[in-house]
Design a protein around this ligand. Structure first.
Ligand SMILES: *[C@@H]1O[C@H](CO)[C@@H](O)[C@H](O)[C@H]1NC(C)=O
Ligand SMILES: *[C@@H]1O[C@H](CO)[C@@H](O)[C@H](O)[C@H]1NC(C)=O
Ligand SMILES: *[C@@H]1O[C@H](CO)[C@@H](O)[C@H](O)[C@H]1NC(C)=O
Ligand SMILES: *[C@@H]1O[C@H](CO)[C@@H](O)[C@H](O)[C@H]1NC(C)=O
Ligand SMILES: *[C@@H]1O[C@H](CO)[C@@H](O)[C@H](O)[C@H]1NC(C)=O
Ligand SMILES: *[C@@H]1O[C@H](CO)[C@@H](O)[C@H](O)[C@H]1NC(C)=O
Ligand SMILES: CC(=O)N[C@H]1CO[C@H](CO)[C@@H](O)[C@@H]1O
Length: 628
C-alpha cells in the first residue's frame, strides 16, 4: 500500500528542467565544439582527465575544501565576515566548489533560487565547475547549527533514533527516498550523514543522531538509508552520502565530546575497537561514497594518538587498505584554523597535533590520506605545500580526481540548476508530511503503562488536563480542557527533555552532555505532580535517560525521539498505537553509568529497561481507526 502510493507521488512530480534563461553562455556557442569535460557524450573518466589537464594548481586546491555557505540578506550572496571570505571570493577567486548550506529552509522556492544563484556564480569562473551543496540532517525537530537543522518546510520525521526504534528497514528506505527528493528539489546533492556511531557510552552528547547502541541494527538500517539517498547506483537523481564518523564515535572518554579540548580522547577499556567498525563495513558494502573521520584521537590502541583525520594508520591503513574503501575521505569541520564561536575562540580540533603549524597540519591530513578539508578555506596551504615540494601535485590530483568524479556522476556538469517552482511543490508535500507524521507516532516507545491506563479512550466530557512541555493551544483544539495546576486536573501530560548538565555558550550548551539523571530539585518537583494526579510522561530520549524514579511514580511513560504535540495526542488518545522499541538500554543509576566501559555496549549494571523494550497497547489499534 505504502509502496504503491509512494510510486504514484513520485510519478506526479514534475521533472526538473533547465529554463532557457538559465542556459550558461558556453552552451549557446553552437559554432565551437564543447570541451570534452563539458560534453556528455564522453564517459566520466575521460571528462575528469580532460578537466584535470586544464586546471591550475589554484583551481585544484579549491576543490579540496568544503566550507560553510551562509546566505546573505534577502537570499543574496554572503558578503563575508567573522573569518569567512565572501561567497564571491570563495567561488570566484579561491575556486571553491563544495559548500554545506548553513541556513534554515523556510521557503523552498527561495532556497532553490539561491542555489541557482550559487551555480550561476560558479559558471562564471574560468572552467565553470559546478558547486556541490551538502547539508547536515534537516528532517527532524532539533536545531543545532553544527550538527543539524529543524525541518522547516521539509517533511518532519523523528530523529534517526526514532527510525531505529521502528526496527524497519523499509521505513528507513522511504524516509531516505523522501529526504532525497526534498534535498534535490532545492539543490542539495550531498548528505553529511548517516551518523553510524554507536551509543556505547550513554553520556556522549551526540547519541541523538545515531541509530543507538547495537552494531547489527545500525548496520541493517544504514544500508537502506544509503540506498534511499543514493539509489542503487549513484547518478543524476542521487544524493551522495557521507558516512561518519570513522572509525566510530561513541567511546568518548567519560562521555565528553571531541568538538572540545576536554573531550578529545576516545578510549577502548573493553578492547572493543572492532565493534565500531561493523557499521562502516556495511556502509562500504552498500556503496557509501564518502567517509568522515571523527575529531577524536584514540588512546591506548595500536594507532597514533592523534585525531582520526591526521591518522595515517586509520585513514590509509584501516579504512582504505584493510576495509577497501575507495571513495572520498572528507575531514570533520575545522581541523586547522581556530574560529570564532559564541564570542570566543573555537580552537581547531587538531587533537594530538596542537603544536603543529597550519601548514604542518594540512600536510599531515593529506599524508594520512584525506581528500578534502571540511570547514576550512585555507587553499593557500595546499598551494604552498605543492610549491614547497612537500606534497606532490600528483597527490593533489588523486583527491581532485575523486571529487570531480562525484560531480560528473551526479550530473552537475550537465545541469547544475533546479526548478524553483517545482521545489515549492515537491518540498513538504502532503504525502511526504503524512509519512513523516506516521513515523513520529509509530516510533513512540511505551515504557510503562500501569493498569493499562493508555490509551485514554471514552474520556468523560470535561476531563481536565494539566500539561507541561506541549503546545497547550493545540491541545485545546482537540477539545481537551487544560487547567493550570495538577490539583485541578484529572490527568497530567508531561513532556520532558532527557536530563543533561548545562554547558557554556550556545554551541556547546546545545550539545546535551553530563549527567543523565535529574537533579534532586527537579525530581522533587516532578514527584509532587506524580503523587497528585495520574501522569503520562513523554520523555524525549535524545540520550539514554536515567529515570527509575519516573518509571516508579508516573502512571505511564513513553519515550520519543522527535514528535509533535499532535503525534503525542494521537498515540495517547488511541488514534494509533506506539510501536517503538528502545534503541539502547536505559541505565539504572549514574553510578552504573560511571562504571560502564566506554566501548562496550549494554554494560551498565541492571538497566531499568533493556534495548528492545517497548510495550504495545493491550487493546487493538488500527492504522486508520481508534483503539478498540
Ligand atoms: C560531443 O562529442 C561528440 C563525440 O566526439 C561529438 O560528436 C559532438 O559533436 C560533441 N558535442 C558537442 C556539442 O561538442
Ligand atoms: C531586503 O529586502 C527588504 C524588503 O524588501 C529591504 O527593505 C532591504 O533593504 C533588503 N536588503 C538588502 C540588503 O537588499
Ligand atoms: C587523554 O589521554 C591522555 C593520555 O592518556 C591523558 O594524558 C589526558 O589527560 C586525557 N584527557 C585529555 C582531556 O587530554
Ligand atoms: C500551537 O498550536 C496552535 C494551534 O494549532 C498553533 O497556531 C501554534 O502555532 C502552535 N504553537 C507552536 C509554538 O507551535
Ligand atoms: C470539538 O467540539 C466542537 C463543538 O462540540 C466540534 O464541532 C468539533 O468537531 C470538535 N473537534 C474535535 C477535534 O473533536
Ligand atoms: C536542577 O534541574 C533544573 C531542571 O533541569 C534546573 O532548572 C536547575 O537549575 C537545576 N538545579 C541545580 C541546583 O542544578
Ligand atoms: C581572496 C581573499 O580574500 N582571501 C582571504 C580568504 O580568507 C583567508 C583567511 O581568512 C584570508 O587569508 C584570505 O586573504
Amino acid at each position: 500500500m505504502w509502496t504503491a502510493a509512494f510510486t504514484l507521488a513520485l510519478a506526479a512530480m514534475p521533472s526538473v528542467t533547465l529554463g532557457a534563461t538559465r542556459r550558461p553562455h558556453w552552451m549557446n556557442r553552437r559554432d565551437t565544439a564543447l570541451p570534452i569535460y563539458r560534453n556528455s557524450s564522453y564517459c566520466v573518466s575521460e571528462r575528469v582527465e580532460d578537466l584535470i589537464g586544464r586546471m591550475t594548481l589554484e583551481e585544484k586546491a579549491g576543490q579540496m575544501f568544503q566550507q560553510m555557505l551562509f546566505v546573505g540578506e534577502n537570499n543574496t550572496l554572503f558578503d563575508g565576515g567573522s573569518g569567512y571570505n565572501s561567497t564571491k571570493v570563495a567561488i570566484g577567486e579561491m575556486y571553491m566548489t563544495h559548500f554545506n548550506l548553513v541556513a534554515d529552509i523556510e521557503d523552498a522556492q527561495a532556497v532553490a533560487e539561491f542555489t541557482n544563484l550559487i551555480q550561476e556564480t560558479a559558471l562564471e569562473t574560468r572552467l565553470g565547475i559546478p558547486v556541490t551543496l551538502s547539508t547536515d540532517p534537516r528532517h527532524s525537530f532539533t536545531e543545532h547549527i553544527g550538527t543539524g537543522f529543524q525541518a522547516g518546510v521539509f517533511s518532519q520525521w523523528p530523529e534517526s533514533l526514532g527510525l531505529a526504534a521502528l526496527r524497519d528497514a523499509e521505513v528507513v528506505k522511504k524516509f531516505a527516498e523522501i529526504a532525497r527528493e526534498e534535498y534535490i528539489a532545492v539543490g542539495l546533492r550531498a548528505a553529511l550523514h548517516p551518523q553510524v556511531d554507536l551509543s556505547t557510552e550513554p553520556r556522549w552528547a551526540r547519541i541523538k543522531g545515531t541509530w543507538g547502541e547495537d552494531a547489527t541494527l545500525t548496520s541493517e538500517l544504514l544500508v537502506a538509508y544509503i540506498k534511499g539517498f543514493q539509489g542503487e547506483v549513484l547518478g543524476p537523481h542521487s544524493v551522495s552520502t557521507v558516512t561518519k564518523h570513522f572509525p566510530g564515535g561513541g567511546p568518548l572518554e567519560n562521555g565528553e565530546d571531541s568538538h572540545f579540548n576536554y573531550g578529545k580522547n576516545q578510549t577502548y577499556p573493553g578492547n572493543n575497537f572492532d565493534y565500531f567498525l561493523t557499521p562502516f563495513k556495511a556502509a562500504i558494502a552498500a556503496g557509501a561514497r564518502q567517509m568522515m573521520p571523527y575529531y577524536s584521537r584514540p588512546i591506548g590502541t595500536k594507532y597514533e594518538e592523534v585525531g582520526f583525520s591526521f591518522n595515517k594508520g586509520i585513514v590509509t591503513g584501516l579504512l582504505k587498505e584493510e576495509l577497501g574503501f575507495e571513495g572520498v575521505v572528507l575531514t570533520d569541520w575545522g581541523l586547522i584554523t581556530d574560529a570564532e564561536m559564541d564570542g570566543g575562540i573555537f580552537e581547531a580540533r587538531a587533537w594530538g597535533v596542537e603544536h603543529l603549524s597550519g601548514l604542518e597540519r594540512a600536510a599531515k591530513i593529506l599524508d594520512a590520506g584525506c581528500d578534502q578539508f571540511g570547514g576550512e578555506e585555507r587553499t593557500d596551504l595546499v598551494i604552498q605545500l605543492v610549491n614547497d615540494g612537500i606534497i606532490s601535485e600528483a597527490r593533489i590530483d588523486q583527491s581532485v580526481r575523486k571529487l570531480l568524479r562525484e560531480k560528473f556522476i551526479l550530473g552537475l556538469f550537465d545541469n547544475p540548476f533546479v526548478d524553483p517552482e517545482a521545489a515549492a511543490r515537491v518540498v513538504g508535500n502532503d504525502y511526504f508530511v503524512r509519512l513523516g507524521e506516521d513515523a513520529q507516532r509509530r516510533s513512540y516507545t511505551l515504557l510503562t503503562n500501569k493498569d493499562n491506563i493508555l490509551p485514554l479512550t471514552n474520556l468523560p466530557e470535561k476531563t481536565k488536563f494539566y500539561v507541561e512541555g506541549f503546545n497547550a493551544t493545540f491541545i485545546e483544539t482537540r477539545n481537551l480542557t487544560t487547567v493550570d495546576t495538577p490539583e485541578e486536573a484529572d490527568y497530567a501530560f508531561l513532556r520532558l527533555t532527557a536530563p543533561y548538565e548545562p554547558r557554556y555558550g550556545v554551541f556547546e550548551a546545545n550539545m546535551n552532555a553530563g549527567s543523565l539523571a535529574y537533579n534532586a530539585t527537579e525530581q522533587k518537583r516532578q514527584a509532587a505532580i506524580y503523587s497528585t494526579v495520574p501522569t503520562i510522561v513523554d520523555i524525549i530520549l535524545d540520550r539514554p535517560a536515567v529515570i527509575p524514579e519516573i518509571v516508579e511514580k508516573a502512571a505511564a511513560v513513553l519515550g520519543s525521539y522527535g514528535s509533535s504535540t499532535e503525534a503525542f495526542l494521537d498515540v495517547i488518545l488511541g488514534e494509533s498505537g506506539p510501536e517503538g522499541k528502545l534503541p539502547f538500554d536505559l541505565p539504572r543509576s549514574m553510578e552504573a553509568v560511571e562504571n560502564n566501559m566506554e566501548d562496550v555496549p549494554f554494560d551498565t549494571r541492571n538497566p531499568v529497561f533493556k534495548f528492545g523494550h517497548g510495550l504495545r497497547y493491550a487493546s487493538k489499534c488500527g492504522d486508520e481507526g481508534k483503539c478498540t
